[in-house]
Design a binder for this molecule. Sequence first.
Ligand SMILES: [Cu+2]
Length: 141
Amino acid sequence: MSTNTKYIAGFIVVIAIIFFGWMLMSKPAQPEQAQIQATQTPAPTATAEPTVREFTVVGTPFKFEPAEIKVKLGEKVKITFKNELGMHNLTIKDLNVATKNLQKDEQETVEFTADKVGSFEYNCSVPTHTEKGMIGTFVVE
Ligand SMILES: [Cu+2]
């Protein structure tokens, strides 16, 4: 090998070392950035509280006011049933939700999560009250 060829070979080796060194230094930065983005993106959903929806339903002989409630899937629902006259309850049988039988001027709040989509009946389960009009619809969209 001539001196020139040795120099060129040495130069190439140095360039190669610098290049690979640079590759090694710069490479870890990319997955790190990707990781930061990956952890930042889901953070809002991880910490997000479910929306709480509060309703007041008034019971009188023989109706509920309102007779329709609409919520979205996954929302937390708080229904305060206020009984103004007679003995009544508010029951959503399909969602396992029910107040006790309440006397005049009593109220009770039930809390649950709307965990299935559908149109569910709520009623007063005191005999004959549903037929007399104590019926409503709880809609989960
Ligand atoms: Cu009733």
